[in-house]
Every structure is written in structure tokens, then in C-alpha cells.
Design a protein around this ligand. Structure first.
Ligand code: MGD
Ligand code: MGD
Ligand code: MO
Length: 613
């Protein structure tokens, strides 16, 4: 019987090796599997594991604070689990009693592991909720700007993520794809929770073979692998200028779809005045964009015209919004697609992130899979995740977020499980400064990562391969019985067991565990998902059945879809989620908050003088 496990990069089969060490192989049915994390049991990878609970020496000797040696420089002292849990529970209790739970940051941004019960973030959030709450994070590094802005323009990004037109429809109907930032096959290896069908490579091949026009605009040319691609290099972070100038061409040459703009959009008049220069005296022409982006004006005009003659999809990679003024390309992508008037048509319209993850373009609809209830947080405070350094450095100061003014909390204790801020944050030197502020930093980790090495207390967590779990990903259309195929290394424990031990010490044992062990939780959350899916007409095998099969494909979830087709067909009956129910080109609230269109946003670049030295 084949056993299975899952990583975010793919579902894996577990094969026996002659020496007894299990071997991970890609799922046989995956058309384009990723090799990432197939090596996790190799000795040179296992060497990097945290084996025993460890406490930074001067924290152990002097108590809380970034005392003498300092985080990242001090040696660690290994302690037994009992001591470690007593220390962490005691410190949580001290901070919540002295400063209140709003002094605990349990943001814990990060990918964690693929299994849904042992999802470290869900576990830690549930735990912190049972002991009085914590300051949480919102949004993501992936889609920081898109999460905030897309809902003002068309639909919240979370909704768009589950509704992008599937690749099979694109390959059939799309005749021209203009992509800003390519469709990068290196990124499509991943899906949160695990991919089981990597479809992007085949889709690109098909588009290339059928002779679709593929235009890749951006500073890098090797991120679109297909036949006949035209690459147009532009300066980084000047995509918005190119898109705006394309809008200008459509407007001035009478090629804009006025009917679609009238029936499905609002605010075009304000944008029109900006395009012509009526508002600021600068016409946003192709020549204007050439000065900013370096894209030849004539080529820009030709491509804008060509897009109106074919079924055209405009795509932007998520990278474009993970930059200064990241809201601008999001807005410009939708606006350009709205002027072309093909939104809601098969193979036309826009995409935010074809090429950014396997989930975008997946043929399966969203599945309501098993998840652990995180309970509710008594503390309402949050930060957008990428504000971590600002929060620690500037407690009590204000900052703008999504049209409101918020105040940074005063954090004394940082608790991280399932992420690595010293891998994922932007300005690491600044984070090093900020990281000195908290009195205590606790990290659960599998590996001695850069963040673990900068913590005060490090608790060793198991790998998915060392515990039982259930795997699925929201638009992958499968379930995996993830099996424990090897014993925990050293003294590593499941995050759940670590947190249960802490909850017990803090008087919240029953609230956290509800008297269950892992096995009974798996059954409870799985049966709950089964009931919810049955109500939608999707049959999941029973728990034993899933364990027996190991991997189950849910064909009932496959349903090729077209983004915003219902809205296109009847915007009155199927409005989008903006205040007007239509696509908002320059949302009024956005303008009222002082935001403006900033086409060339690359800091250091000035259209007149070039790069600042
Ligand atoms: N310069 C630059 N920086 C970037 C980006 C970029 O494009 N450029 N991209 C950003 C983006 S989009 C993202 S999403 C972030 C990613 O940032 P992260 O999600 O923080 O990155 P990972 O390294 O995957 O961190 C996950 C950590 O969780 C640990 N882990 C896995 N499973 C478990 C578990 O079961 N229990 C516990 N306790 N720990 C576990 C892993 O060992 C790993 O260290 O990076 C961001 N940073
Ligand atoms: N192998 C692998 N795959 C991953 C991840 C990983 O760590 N490793 N991380 C996953 C995560 S968390 C996320 S959020 C996604 C991220 O997915 P993306 O954001 O799509 O990935 P990136 O590689 O950051 O950027 C995609 C392309 O955009 C280009 N680009 C950058 N800046 C600009 C610009 O200003 N203009 C234009 N036109 N192009 C630009 C880059 O050259 C790159 O080729 O990837 C996911 N997939
Ligand atoms: Mo991400």
C-alpha cells in the first residue's frame, strides 16, 4: 500500500528503500511535478534540525530582555521540555498580567507546513486565543497591496483567488496574452497546502503551439517559456506607466469599449481627464511612457491596437504589487482590461498572478476542506504583516492603513510558529534593530533558521513526515491522508502537543484541546468537512476510506470557470463587491484619501534625470 504525504510543492508518495529510510517521490499522476522538498529526509538537510528545546544563555541567566550577549550572538543552552514549557508559560503569564494580552504579538506570518490540522499558524492562533488573545497580522507578503486595493476596484483578492479563469478555458479561447512579469514556472510549483496537478507548463506550451500572441513586458525575459514569445524589456516598476499609455492609445484612437465602460464601470470620466492631461497638463501618451519605462512608443501603440483585434488576457505577476506603490499596477491592470471590454469573456479580461502560484488557473473550484477552529480573539488589534519592524520600533505611533489611521501596539512578547521573519522581511538590518525591542521572543521551528537563531526560546517542532495529518489545498481538488512515516527527530514535538502543554500550565488545557488527542481531532475536523461538502453535493470518502486510499481526487470539484462571467452577463443581478457594484476606475474613496495615480514609482528613478546615483 502506497503511503502519501504532502508539501506545498506537491503531493508525495512514500516508497520503501532497501536501507529502511523512506524515499519521497512525486505523485505519479502529477503532469509536471516539482522536486522541491523531496530531499527533506536526507542527512544534510536533517542536520539543520532543532533537536532539543533551547534557551538563549543570557536570557536564561538574566531573565527577559535583549540582555548582555544579545539576540543572534549569545550561545543557546539546551534544556528539557519540562523546563522549557515552564519558562514559556511563566513568561506568557507575566506579560499578560503586567501588560495585558495586547502586548503579545502572535502574528506568526508564514507558510507553515502543508497539513491542515498541524498548520502551525492555526495552532498558535487557537492557543493564544484560549489564553486571552494577541495582536494578529492581516494580509500577506504575497499580496500586500492587492489584498487591500482589489476590493475597492472590483472584488476582494481572496474572492478573485478562487475565481480566476481556468487554464483550459484560456488555452481554448485566448488569442493574445500580454503579461507584465511573465508566467513564471518556478513560482507555479507551489500551492498553499500542496499542488497535485501542475498545469501551467502544459498550458503555456499549448498557447504557444496554437500560435497565440504572447507578449511579455518586464525587466526579465526568461519568465515566460513558450513558443513565439515577444519580450519587451522595460525598467523595473514602470509597468503602470505602460498600461496607462495603452489606455491612452485606446482612448485617443477611439478603440475603447465605451459600452462596457458605461454598463459595467464607474469613474471612467475622472480617468479620461487624467489620460488626456486635462487634470495635470500631461497627456499620458506612448511617448510619455517611453520616457519612463524605456518601452518604444511605436511598439506600445501597436500592441495596444492589436489587443483590440483579438481575445486578449492582461496578466500581472504578483511581484509588481510587492513593491513601492504596489496598488498602482493592480488598478491599472483592471482598468486596461475594462477599456478593452473583454472582462468576463472566456480567455479575455485580466489575471492577477497567472504564474505566481499553481492555484491561479486551476480547474478545480474552491473546496471547504478540514480546518482547525481558531476560536475568537478577545484582542481586536492587528497590523498588516509587513509592518512588523515599524510596530516594534514605533509603539504608540500612528500609521495609515486602508483609509484609516491606526496606532502601533506596544509589544513585549513575540511568539512565532510556522514562519521565518528573518527570511521574509524586506529590510533585514531594520528588523535586526526592531528585534532588540521585545522582552521575549519564542519560536517553534523545525530548523535552525535565521529567526530561530535570533530567538530567546526555541522549541523543536516535528516535520509533517513525523505526524498524522490531512492535506488539501483550496483549488487543487484532492485530499491526502498524510501519514507519519518516521519518528520525530531528537526531542521534536508536534506544535499541538507543545501548545497543549502550555495551555495546561496556563489553565486553558481543556479550552485548547477539548480533551482530544491528534487522532480524534483529525476525525472531528474531517467529519465536519464531510458534512459541509455533502451539503454542497460533494462526496468525500469517510475517514477510514481516505486513509485506505491515501490520496483521493475529487472530480466533482473540477469545473472550468471564467472570471466575472456572471457579472458580465448581468451586472445588475450579479454586482461586484465595490460600493457601486461596478468596476471602479478611480474609486472615489481612494481619491478622497489623498491617493493619486503614480505611474513611475521606482524610487531613485526620475523620468527627467534617469536613475539617481
Ligand atoms: N526579498 C524578498 N523577500 C520576500 C519575498 C520576495 O519576493 N523577495 N517574498 C515574500 C513572500 S511573498 C512570502 S509568502 C514570504 C515567505 O515567508 P515565510 O512563509 O516566512 O517563509 P518560509 O521560509 O517558508 O517559512 C516557513 C517556516 O516555517 C517552518 N515550518 C514549516 N512547518 C512547520 C511546522 O509544522 N511547525 C513549525 N513550528 N514551523 C514550521 C519552516 O521550517 C520555515 O522556516 O517571503 C517574503 N519575502
Ligand atoms: N520556487 C518557488 N516558488 C514560489 C515561491 C518560492 O519561494 N519558491 N514562493 C511562492 C510565493 S509565497 C509567492 S507569493 C509567489 C510569488 O510569485 P511572483 O510574485 O509572481 O514571483 P516573483 O518571482 O517574485 O516575480 C515574478 C516575476 O516578476 C518579475 N518582476 C519583478 N519586478 C517586476 C516589475 O517591476 N515589472 C515586471 N513587469 N516584472 C517584474 C520578476 O522578474 C519575476 O520573473 O511565488 C510562489 N512560488
Ligand atoms: Mo507569498
Amino acid at each position: 500500500m502506497t503511503l502519501y504525504t504532502s508539501t506545498h510543492w506537491g503531493v508525495r508518495e512514500v516508497h520503501d528503500a532497501p536501507d529502511g529510510q523512506p524515499i519521497l517521490k512525486p505523485l505519479a499522476s502529477d503532469p509536471d511535478p516539482s522536486p522541491i522538498r523531496l530531499d527533506q529526509l536526507d542527512s544534510q538537510v536533517q542536520r539543520l534540525r532543532v533537536r532539543r528545546p533551547a534557551v538563549r544563555k543570557s536570557w536564561l541567566e538574566h531573565g527577559p530582555g535583549n540582555n548582555p550577549g544579545g539576540r543572534g550572538s549569545d550561545p543557546f543552552v539546551e534544556v528539557d521540555w519540562h523546563t522549557a514549557l515552564d519558562l514559556v508559560a511563566g513568561e506568557l503569564d507575566r506579560v499578560r498580567t503586567t501588560h495585558g494580552n495586547q502586548a503579545i504579538f502572535g502574528g506568526c506570518y508564514g507558510w507553515s507546513s502543508a497539513g491542515r490540522f498541524h498548520h502551525a499558524q492555526s495552532q498558535i492562533h487557537r492557543f493564544l486565543n484560549t489564553v486571552g488573545g494577541y495582536v494578529r497580522h492581516v494580509n500577506s507578503y504575497s499580496l500586500g497591496a492587492a489584498h487591500v486595493v482589489m476590493g475597492h476596484i472590483v472584488e476582494p483578492m481572496t474572492k478573485l483567488m478562487t475565481a480566476h479563469t481556468s487554464w483550459d478555458i484560456i488555452t481554448e479561447h485566448c488569442e493574445m496574452s500580454v503579461t507584465f512579469g511573465g508566467v513564471s514556472l518556478k513560482s507555479t510549483q507551489v500551492s498553499p497546502g500542496g499542488a497535485s496537478r501542475h498545469t501551467a507548463r502544459a498550458a503555456l506550451e499549448k498557447l504557444g503551439q496554437k500560435g497565440a500572441r504572447l507578449v511579455n513586458i518586464g525587466p526579465v525575459g526568461d519568465n515566460l517559456e513558450a513558443e513565439g514569445v515577444e519580450w519587451i524589456p522595460i525598467r523595473p516598476n514602470t509597468d503602470t506607466a505602460v498600461m496607462i499609455a495603452m489606455c491612452n492609445v485606446l482612448l485617443t484612437e477611439g478603440l475603447a469599449d465605451r459600452d462596457f465602460l458605461n454598463s459595467h464601470c464607474t469613474g471612467f470620466d475622472r480617468f479620461e481627464a487624467y489620460l488626456t492631461g486635462a487634470t495635470d497638463g500631461i497627456e499620458k501618451s506612448a511617448d510619455w511612457a517611453e520616457g519612463i519605462s524605456g518601452m518604444p512608443a511605436e511598439r506600445l501603440r501597436e500592441i495596444a491596437r492589436e489587443m483590440t483585434t483579438r481575445r486578449t488576457m492582461i496578466n500581472m505577476a504578483w511581484a509588481l504589487q510587492r513593491a513601492s506603490h504596489g496598488e498602482q499596477p493592480c488598478w491599472a491592470t483592471v482598468t486596461l482590461a475594462a477599456m478593452l471590454g473583454q472582462i468576463g469573456l472566456p480567455g479575455g479580461g485580466f489575471g492577477i498572478g497567472y504564474g505566481s502560484m499553481n492555484v491561479i488557473g486551476s480547474p478545480a473550484v474552491q473546496m471547504a476542506g478540514p480546518t482547525l477552529d481558531q476560536l475568537s480573539n478577545p484582542i481586536s488589534d492587528f497590523i498588516p504583516c509587513a509592518r512588523i519592524a515599524d510596530m516594534l520600533l514605533h509603539p504608540g505611533e500612528t500609521y495609515p492603513y486602508n483609509g484609516e489611521v491606526r496606532t502601533y501596539p506596544d509589544i513585549r512578547l513575540v511568539y512565532w510558529a510556522g514562519g521565518n521573519p528573518f527570511h521574509h522581511h524586506q529590510d533585514l538590518n531594520r528588523l535586526i534593530k526592531a528585534w532588540k525591542k521585545p522582552e521575549t521572543i519564542v519560536v517553534h521551528e523545525q530548523y535552525w533558521t535565521s529567526s530561530a537563531r535570533r530567538a530567546d526560546i526555541v522549541l523543536p517542532a516535528t516535520l509533517a513526515l513525523e505526524r498524522e495529518d490531512i492535506g488539501y489545498s483550496s483549488r487543487e481538488g484532492h485530499l491526502v491522508a498524510m501519514r507519519r512515516i518516521t519518528d520525530p527527530l531528537g526531542e521534536a514535538r508536534d506544535d499541538y502537543d507543545i501548545l497543549a502543554g502550555l495551555a495546561e500550565r496556563l489553565g486553558a488545557g481543556d479550552a485548547f484541546t477539548e480533551g482530544r488527542d491528534t487522532e480524534s481531532w483529525l476525525r472531528v475536523i474531517y467529519d465536519d468537512a464531510r458534512t459541509r461538502n455533502a451539503a454542497r453535493g460533494v462526496d468525500l470518502p469517510d475517514f477510514e476510506g481516505l486513509r485506505e486510499k491515501g490520496f483521493a481526487r475529487l472530480d466533482a470539484l473540477d469545473s472550468p470557470s471564467v472570471l466575472l462571467d456572471a457579472f458580465r452577463a448581468d451586472p445588475g443581478k450579479n454586482p461586484v463587491s465595490t460600493p457601486s457594484g461596478k468596476i471602479e476606475i478611480l474609486p472615489k474613496r481612494w481619491l478622497a484619501s489623498g491617493s493619486r495615480i503614480v505611474p513611475a514609482t521606482r524610487s531613485g528613478w526620475n523620468p527627467k534625470n534617469g536613475w539617481a546615483r
